[in-house]
Design a protein. Structure first.
Length: 132
């Protein structure tokens, strides 16, 4: 009572792909100096993320942890758009709630992105596995 039908889903619609408000600019890809030279160039990293750790146990495989001042939704949408533009296929996407995640593939390679907040700070986990 008192709610129009479209009001009930406004939050879901906004999270699923409505345009970002003007105060949330979309970051541009930037080569992150903290990443190894061999880090895959077809996985753009948004300007404004700071690499906290980058581990590689096998050639072509990485686990990277980033933080920054960006909103998790902004980072999630950046990766969703940029990975596709680099030829990746988004196999699974979870863009609603406090933990946003993508699973993408390209040939025999897989990448995962998780964006959330931990203790109020942006926390981004990026995993890459597979051949070069």
């Amino acid at each position: 009572p008192g709610l129009e039908p479209h009001d009930a889903h406004a939050g879901e619609v906004a999270a699923a792909g409505a345009p970002l408000p003007d105060e949330m600019p979309v970051p541009v890809p930037a080569r992150n100096e903290a990443l190894p030279a061999a880090f895959p160039h077809d996985i753009p990293i948004p300007e404004g993320l700071t690499a906290k750790s980058v581990l590689s146990e096998h050639a072509g495989s990485y686990a990277a942890l980033f933080t920054g001042e960006l909103e998790p939704e902004v980072v999630y949408r950046f990766f969703a758009a940029q990975l596709v533009s680099e030829g990746w296929t988004i196999d699974k996407a979870h863009g609603v709630g406090s933990e946003l995640a993508l699973l993408a593939s390209k040939g025999n390679r897989i990448t995962t992105v998780i964006c959330t907040r931990i203790d109020g700070l942006l926390h981004v986990e990026l995993g890459v596995s597979g051949g070069s």
